[in-house]
Write a protein that binds this ligand. Structure first.
Ligand SMILES: [Zn+2]
Length: 460
């Protein structure tokens, strides 16, 4: 009895650890994939097409439809066995034109200086000039302390992007609350406008947009992000002046929702056709740039992995889906629709990987999965190390595959490239093709393809 119990307890783990032991055949196959991608890889050329011929492609825009058509056509050209479009309703936020924020006077003296700003995504504005005195605060705690001073002011949040945090996505995560909720927090105490410091560690004066949401209980005031150098200037000015006047206007509005699509290519599994591995990136981008790193890189990684697996004649055991998700940036409707459809069809999703952290030099992967599964996956590290993967951590995944985890508890994986330069360009005008390096982009695809091969071979 004891012996049986012992076996029951340890066989599954023993089995897993045995089956994930890297073999020489795996190393040879991953080298083959790598050689294919580094010599014949199409990811960089595809990124050129997506960024230069389609360009910025915010959900609901004409460019979104162009990107969808490009996605279908390109998957077909690359030899996808099947390609489909999965419909979902997407929001249609339009920035409009003529947004501005200017300093108009300092301590009662007229002094005009234009600030480099971008309205936050989803923010509303009727284009009317809002002119008010600035109230500059470092964070929500200071806003709370000074809430009696807020009424009728334009609140500036000097939210810092914590330089001491080496993993820049963590610094982004912490500062992100000011972009998402700053306007409503300020409006709660009567502010008439809101400006936040751009979420970046860069010193270039480029402002960085990104999604925000209003709390319906408070007035929907205009909300903008200001470039880092102008942010420094505003902050120092606010410290030494008793009254800084700002005038600002934004023109954002929502048109009725429209139908967008996830673009899905699929290779059917030979042994476990009903068990699905998903790999994807998001097809939409912000409207002010070409969405090259965010997330053109993830889109072409996804396409390149499919192409390379086909090119080397790989027949997966599990069904692999290659998904270009709709509307990650300001609604997550694509990822939600993908999980909802999977639930409706009672599908079995065994693993999902997203590439949405840029096209920089690969460093590793991060997982949201049971600790023993991550521990087992770490046995694959020696196989991927020659191509740049040096770490496998928790906790990670991707926004678009998050709903799969919430629906099925599917293990998630996020591709982790070097993150030090990502927030220089993220959601800024500078997220363009020219800022992506071909070699780094292709190496990303090598590591993702290698991991997907291992997951398919050994399960996860
Ligand atoms: Zn993204």
């Amino acid at each position: 009895m004891k012996k049986i119990l012992y076996l029951l307890l340890f066989v599954p783990f023993f089995g897993l650890s045995q089956s994930t032991e890297p073999s020489n055949a795996d190393a040879v196959f991953i080298k083959k994939l790598s050689d294919e991608i580094l010599t014949n890889g199409k990811a960089y050329d595809l990124l050129y097409e997506l960024t230069k011929k389609v360009g910025g492609r915010i959900a609901g825009s004409p460019a979104m439809y162009k990107a969808e058509a490009w996605g279908v056509h390109t998957f077909e050209q690359l030899g996808a066995p099947s390609v489909s479009k999965q419909a979902c309703q997407v929001p249609r936020w339009v920035r409009g034109s003529g947004d501005y924020a200017n300093i108009t006077s300092i301590d009662g003296k007229k002094q005009v200086r234009a600030l480099d700003v971008l309205a936050l995504g989803n923010s509303l504005g009727d284009g009317k000039k809002v002119e008010a005195t600035l109230l500059a605060v470092q964070n929500f705690e200071e806003l709370e302390k000074r809430k009696d001073e807020v009424k009728g002011k334009i609140v500036y949040f000097n939210n810092s992007f914590d330089a001491t945090i080496v993993k820049t996505f963590e610094a982004y995560g912490k500062a992100g609350q000011y972009r998402r909720n700053g306007a409503s927090q300020a409006a709660k105490y009567g502010a008439v406008g809101c400006i936040i410091r751009s979420l970046t560690s860069s010193t270039a004066n480029d402002p960085h947009t990104g999604g925000m949401a209003y709390n319906d209980s408070f007035p929907k005031i205009p909300a903008q992000a200001v470039g880092p150098r102008d942010a420094d200037y505003l902050w120092s000015l606010a410290k030494k002046s008793s009254a800084v006047k700002i005038s600002m206007a934004t023109h954002g509005k929502f048109l009725p929702d429209t139908t967008g699509h996830n673009i899905i290519a699929e290779i059917k599994g030979s042994q476990f056709p009903d068990e699905i591995i998903t790999i994807g990136g998001h097809l939409d981008s912000w409207d002010v740039n070409e969405g090259a790193h965010d997330d053109g890189a993830g889109v072409v990684h996804t396409m390149e992995v499919m192409r390379a697996l086909r090119a080397v004649g790989y027949q997966p055991k599990h069904t692999i889906r290659f998904v270009l998700f709709a509307n990650e940036e300001n609604g997550l409707r694509g990822g939600s629709a993908y999980a909802a459809a999977a639930k409706e069809k009672n599908e079995k999703h065994i693993f999902a990987l997203e590439s949405d952290e840029g096209g920089f030099t690969p460093r590793g992967f991060s997982f949201t999965a049971a600790p023993e599964k991550i521990a087992a996956a770490k046995r694959w590290l020696p196989l991927l190390k020659p191509y740049g993967t040096s770490s496998m951590d928790d906790v990670g995944g991707g926004a678009d595959i998050g709903p799969l985890h919430r629906t099925f508890n599917t293990p998630l994986c996020g591709f982790l490239p070097d993150s030090q330069r990502y927030f220089d360009v993220h959601h800024a005008r500078s997220d363009v093709f020219e800022n992506v390096n071909k070699r780094e982009l292709l190496l990303g695809a090598v590591n993702i393809a290698g991991l997907i091969y291992l997951v398919d071979t050994y399960g996860f």
